[in-house]
Design a protein around this ligand. Structure first.
Ligand code: HEM
Length: 125
């Protein structure tokens, strides 16, 4: 079935559900850790937990299961002094991963809208 043409399905189901989101999150953190401007933020973090929380959050944003049990985004990023440029760079890595995985454009657009909405919770510097 060409799920990209089934707007009645949730975005989560259209992109392939849990395996697709898990793959996207793996690739996302692979990119962040390979980016010298960003990797330092993740030193000493519990990466497996971070990935699990990110999978849950993205699933929820895409109208999949509502299982996010992490902190509020503002609380999770408080004190990190994340600049607008760093935020943009992280967003671009996420978008690039979604493009790599051939996520339909309308879904990428809605993820980018969410990134715009949550930016003030995460950017501090
Ligand atoms: C682009 C939008 C972003 C989203 C949706 C997002 C989402 C998340 C989530 C869900 C967590 C887990 C919170 C928890 O486990 O309680 C987290 C933690 C974290 N985020 Fe982000 N994040 C974003 C941007 C960024 C940026 C721009 C940076 C750094 C440049 C960053 C660095 C971190 C770090 C280092 C942690 C781990 C915090 C800790 O373990 O104490 N995030 N983020």
């Amino acid at each position: 079935m060409n799920t990209a043409d089934a707007p009645s399905m949730s975005a989560y189901d259209r992109i392939g559900g849990a395996p697709a989101v898990t793959e996207a999150v793996e690739r996302f953190y692979r990119r962040l850790l390979a980016d010298d401007e960003l990797s330092g933020f993740f030193t000493g973090t519990d990466l497996p937990q971070l990935k699990r929380h990110q999978v849950a959050l993205i699933s929820q944003v895409l109208d999949g299961p509502k299982a996010y049990g992490g902190r509020e985004l503002a609380e999770a990023h408080r004190g990190m002094d994340i600049s607008p440029g760093q935020y943009k760079a992280v967003g671009m890595h996420l978008t690039a991963v979604l493009e790599e995985l051939e996520v339909p454009r309308d879904i990428i657009d809605s993820v980018e809208q969410v990134l715009t909405v949550v930016a003030p919770d995460i950017i501090e510097a």
